[in-house]
Design a binder for this molecule. Structure first.
Ligand SMILES: Cc1cc2nc3c(=O)[nH]c(=O)nc-3n(C[C@H](O)[C@H](O)[C@H](O)COP(=O)(O)OP(=O)(O)OC[C@H]3O[C@@H](n4cnc5c(N)ncnc54)[C@H](O)[C@@H]3O)c2cc1C
Length: 311
């Protein structure tokens, strides 16, 4: 049994930032890394919006954060939590093998995963022209044609945002109407840079090898089965995100497709002593720096929770 004041589940920007603050507050935090040590940024290339560093590879940024957490005194465990019991106190978490963690506070930082199309070619060009985050990667496609896949609010917002960079944005949608709010649709239809391809499904992403990069898409007209090739340099998949909430979805209050609910201006969840930080709770911003900010808040709030226990 490993006992701690602060169990941090997840090793993305939220988890490691909580670990730095938790360690410096003498809480002896344990970070359980999960199956993706370092989180989502380990599957991208350049990160150009982490303040203070003009450009860094995603995996390098996460190695730096891990080193910082360890240097501050956090224990980093290469383990996966497969069961979390928040109905008893101290909280109990079961890791792989026989590992059991007993914690007086829990920071849930299990993140989220973008939903992808599931094409082999999509995997190949992820980080090399294929992205799921316009805020993160739109800047790389200045003066180019960009395709956005999807028909909900996110897809329309991303298409509108990407017109700041692109010469043209092609929105590709499987149906003949959008699910996005009317006000967003109005903005989209008024924007002369955006062309919508209705009733179309992406079959393949085309690209080149050296250097690896996207050159276009093959789309199928769902009604006629006719295949068309479109030229573009960037492909943004905007078909939703899934918060990684398996451990807590039956124990904590969630909303908007499973995001953990926290109190206003706080990371406090529906169970005292359990805090949620980063993409597991954030359906709006989904950025490394906002995740890190919430990790800091969670650690400060956990510290206050623990000191109240001692009174
Ligand atoms: C391709 C790509 C490029 C991006 N580029 C940028 C960018 O340039 N700038 C930017 O600001 N943002 C970018 N983002 C978004 C950014 O990566 C996320 O907003 C950020 O990583 C969220 O951090 P997080 O700590 O909440 O969770 P994540 O990074 O999602 O990490 C979640 C962690 O939880 C762990 N975990 C999950 N389940 C368990 C479990 N059961 N037990 C233990 N651990 C578990 C995982 O192993 C992982 O370590 C990008 C995202 C992607 C996918």
């Amino acid at each position: 049994m490993k006992k701690t004041n602060m169990l941090i589940i997840g090793s993305g920007p939220a988890g490691y930032t909580a670990a730095v603050y938790g360690a410096r507050a003498m809480l002896n935090p344990i970070v359980v890394q999960g199956i993706q040590p370092g989180g989502q940024l380990t599957i991208t290339t350049e990160v150009e919006n982490w303040p203070g560093i003009k450009e860094i590879q995603g995996p390098d940024l996460m190695t730096n954060l891990e080193d910082h957490a360890k240097l501050a005194g956090a224990k980093v465990e290469p383990d996966v939590i497969n069961k979390l019991d928040l109905r008893q106190f101290p909280f109990i978490a079961h890791g792989d093998g026989d590992n059991i963690y007993e914690a007086k506070s829990v920071v849930l930082a299990t993140g989220a995963q973008a939903n992808w199309l599931g094409l082999e070619s999509e995997d190949k060009y992820k980080g090399f022209g294929v992205s799921a985050c316009a805020t993160c990667d739109g800047f790389f496609f200045r003066g180019q044609v960009i395709a956005v896949i999807g028909g909900g609010n996110t897809a329309v917002e991303e298409a509108l945002f990407l017109t700041n960079f692109a010469t043209k944005v092609i929105l590709i949608h499987r149906r003949e109407s959008l699910r996005a709010e009317k006000i967003l649709q109005d903005r989209l239809f008024k924007n002369s840079k955006i062309e919508v391809k209705w009733n179309c499904a992406v079959k393949e992403i085309l690209g080149k090898e050296n250097p690896l990069g996207v050159e276009g898409l093959v789309v199928e007209d769902i009604k006629t089965q006719k295949l068309t090739t479109l030229s573009c340099k960037g492909v943004f998949v905007a078909i939703g995100h899934s918060p990684s909430n398996e451990l807590v979805k039956d124990q904590l209050r969630t909303h908007k497709g499973g995001y953990v609910i926290t109190k206003n201006n706080s990371t406090q969840t529906s169970i005292p002593g359990v805090f949620a930080a980063g993409d597991i709770t954030d359906f709006k911003y989904r950025q490394a720096v906002t995740a890190a900010g919430m990790g800091c808040m969670a650690a400060l709030e956990a510290e206050r929770f623990i000191s109240e226990l001692k009174k």
